[in-house]
Design a protein. Sequence first.
Length: 148
Amino acid sequence: MNRISAPAVLLAVLAASAALPACARDCAPTVREGWLRMPPVEMPMLAGFGRISNDCDAPVTITGVRSTRFGDASLHETRIVDGVSRMRAVPALELEAGGEAVLAPGGLHLMLMQPVGALAPGATVEVEFLLEGGGVLRGSFEVRGPGG
């Protein structure tokens, strides 16, 4: 049986971490001003808004969204196409180094479907953004009434 020495393992770990972008080692994006809008009538979905800032030296790509409070969560974008408002899923969102994504009504936003349990204005919901390469960015979102 081959044995790997502790120094060899340490060297391998250090080499692997050196290959990571600076953002993955020293920096992480942040979620700010997060809030969820309850619909005006009872529906199995909420929309989420806020800002995701990447103050790091390397780009970061969000590849998914999840929350234990919802059966399904994803990023969507609303656009006007031929005079009609259309919504589409955004499978990946790249944040440039020093960049920011604004999640706002009528544009890029979270779609949170199938709530697990009742939500009321003032509650806080944790949302996780899955990062390319395996990282997770966590954000808190305040539940607000239909008027936001």
